[in-house]
Design a protein. Structure first.
Length: 432
């Protein structure tokens, strides 16, 4: 560090002090260049975990992370707007949302990630499509986004390299849940796109990383603050994730459901969230008549056509848009039935996600291979009345040896009672 030493900066933060901008920039640069050893980097992360960071500290940390690698160049005569979700079970929103919003006349450059644990990843879902490329160079990313107005791809090694190093250290030091570190990680990967506007979907509930509204609100306010400090119009929606979103949990089956939404159908909760986030993205980007544009894009089929265009541009087979049966499917199915009468009171989204993962739809480590054709299909959601023998969910699998644990998890996830539950709103609040 060119100012105080890294040891002095760690001690200062540990004691509750505020780091100077030079301290933060030198720390990030030292982590990337490997001139700061992992044990000192881990000590700084732990100090931040316990002491937090101020708004100026966070703004500087995010900028330093962005500057640790290349910036994306996406020349565009129209606003550039993106969406980020903190992740949930059955969250295939981006697959419908990105092309739908792009069809309304803005550019949507979306860097997404892979699934780990009980939540799925957008890239894994898209790779259900034969030939679809998610690993693109910064130059390719910019070219496709500029030419087609939409792209969903992974993070290049040359984009925000500080985040990969720091995340690995956070994972090994149990500091992943630090709101300042979560926020700077997410926002650095979004702001590097050169956005004009950003909408955040902060999931709340049993199937989400943030299980309480209070924690989700804190995260939302922190990220909105970072966005604004970088001159990007940013707003966040808190949305429920106590039960899975939509009816499909997996990969290829979620792509099919996303296509259905772009046809004007799909499950009510998923369709509502896609529309709501789409309107917010256009409004944040300064587009007039946002709600009308979203509806027109759905009714005209423009959103569906844009999805096919994006798939073709990224090397995939666009015929899946009209022929979803071209996507991978599983060889076996097992129906899970209710043993009594009543109402579905709750569905533990985490257990449903774990069930899909146990069938091969998710991964425990980043080295695990995904089986794109397997997953879980829900037949009953919270509030539905069921009778003895009714199907609650269907497991789709290729390896029968994996079905037992998945069955147990799905059965455990469903709670049936005599009283019909009150419906909880999907959109909890907006932070702007």
């Amino acid at each position: 560090m060119s100012g105080r030493s890294v040891r002095e900066a760690i001690r200062h933060k540990r004691n509750g002090g505020e780091l100077e901008a030079e301290d933060i920039r030198d720390f990030v640069a030292g982590v990337v260049r490997r001139t700061i050893p992992d044990y000192q980097a881990a000590a700084m992360l732990m100090a931040i975990y316990f002491r937090g960071m101020s708004v100026p500290e966070l703004a500087t940390l995010t900028s330093a992370m962005i500057e640790s690698g290349e910036r994306l160049s996406i020349p565009s005569a129209v606003p550039k707007v993106d969406k980020h979700s903190t992740g949930g079970v059955g969250d295939k929103v981006s697959l419908s949302l990105a092309p739908l919003v792009a069809a309304c006349g803005v550019t949507v450059p979306m860097m997404s990630g892979r699934g780990l644990g009980h939540t799925g990843g957008t890239l894994d879902k898209l790779e259900s499509i034969r030939g679809f490329r998610t690993a693109l160079s910064p130059k390719e990313f910019g070219r496709i986004a500029t030419r087609h107005g939409v792209i969903i791809a992974g993070q290049s090694d040359r984009i925000v390299p500080a985040d990969r190093i720091l995340y690995a250290l956070r994972d090994s030091t149990a500091t992943v849940s630090s709101i300042p570190l979560i926020s700077s990680s997410i926002m650095s990967k979004k702001l590097v796109e050169g956005l004009d506007a950003l909408v955040l979907d902060i999931k709340v509930g049993a199937g989400a990383f943030m299980e309480t509204v209070e924690d989700a609100r804190r995260l939302a306010r922190t990220m909105v603050g970072i966005g604004r400090s970088h001159g990007v119009a940013t707003r966040a929606l808190l949305t429920g994730m106590d039960e899975p979103l939509g009816l499909e949990v997996g990969n290829a089956n979620e792509v099919v459901e996303a296509i259905a939404v772009l046809r004007g159908g799909g499950p009510a909760d998923l369709a509502l969230l896609v529309r709501t986030l789409g309107v917010n993205m256009l409004e944040a980007a300064g587009v007039d008549g946002a709600a009308h544009r979203i509806e027109r894009s759905l009714e005209s089929g423009a959103g569906l056509a844009k999805l096919a265009e994006m798939i073709r541009a990224q090397g995939g087979d666009p015929r899946v848009v009209e022929q979803p049966e071209r996507l991978p499917s599983a060889a076996h199915a097992r129906r899970i039935r209710t043993t009594g009468d009543g109402y579905v009171t709750s569905i533990d989204a985490r257990d449903i996600g774990l069930a899909a993962m146990s069938l091969g739809a998710g991964r425990q480590t980043m080295e695990d291979r995904i089986d794109h054709g397997v997953g879980v299909t829900l037949s009953a959601k919270v509030g539905h009345e069921v009778r003895r023998g009714d199907v609650l969910a269907t497991l789709r699998f290729n390896d029968p040896a994996l079905a037992g644990r998945a069955s147990d998890l799905v059965e455990r996830a469903y709670v049936i009672s005599d009283l019909q539950p009150d419906r909880q709103p999907l959109i909890l609040e907006t932070v702007s």
